[in-house]
Design a binder for this molecule. Structure first.
Ligand code: S3P
Length: 166
């Protein structure tokens, strides 16, 4: 079985995935890293600027497809994967999807000054995107974990308790 973390940019997916990977001794996969490799570009910003968001989303689909037959992975996804049902279909095949639910106010504090995320540069657009995606994250999630005011270690601990109750 795989564990797939979904949620908005800055929800802590990568950090929590890293902790889960260490604690559960499972391989960590960053979907964005696969996308970047496939793109031949140097950064996510460069993919968006030169190839556009649609090309980025196509690469996300390819990346998810490349993982569909693999097992025992912790997959940290990009915040926008919920725009393509196909991606979730590939990842959900043999996986549990966990939505890290984080208030936007907290995300804004965490990502202040961030220049690496092309879709987090305009406050109004980001808020719209956040509200639009919230329903999608909820729809695709098998488990929802609220991360507000919790450390990433606490969030990972909560996930482990939910998945492997003693
Ligand atoms: C995106 C989120 C980013 C990255 C890209 C697009 C999005 O990943 O995939 O900038 O659409 O929300 P993180 O969620 O890890 O920041």
């Amino acid at each position: 079985m795989n564990i797939i973390l979904i949620g908005f940019m800055g929800a802590g997916k990568s950090s929590v995935a890293q902790i889960l990977s260490e604690k559960l001794h499972l391989q960590l996969i960053e979907l964005d890293e696969i996308v970047l490799k496939k793109s031949g570009r140097k950064s996510i910003n460069e993919i968006f600027a030169r190839d556009g968001e649609t090309a980025f989303r196509e690469l996300e689909i390819e990346a998810a497809k490349s993982l569909q037959s693999l097992d025992n992975l912790i997959i940290s996804s990009g915040g926008g994967i919920v725009h393509n049902k196909l991606i979730l279909d590939y990842l959900k095949k043999d996986g549990t999807v966990i939505f890290l639910e984080t208030p936007l106010t907290q995300i804004e504090k965490r990502l202040v000054g961030d220049k690496t995320r092309p879709l987090f540069q305009d406050k109004k657009k980001t808020k719209k995107l956040f509200n639009f995606r919230k329903k999608l994250y909820e729809e695709y999630a098998d488990i929802i974990v609220s991360t507000g005011n919790k450390t990433q270690t606490e969030v990972a601990g909560e996930i482990i308790k939910l998945l492997c109750p003693k």
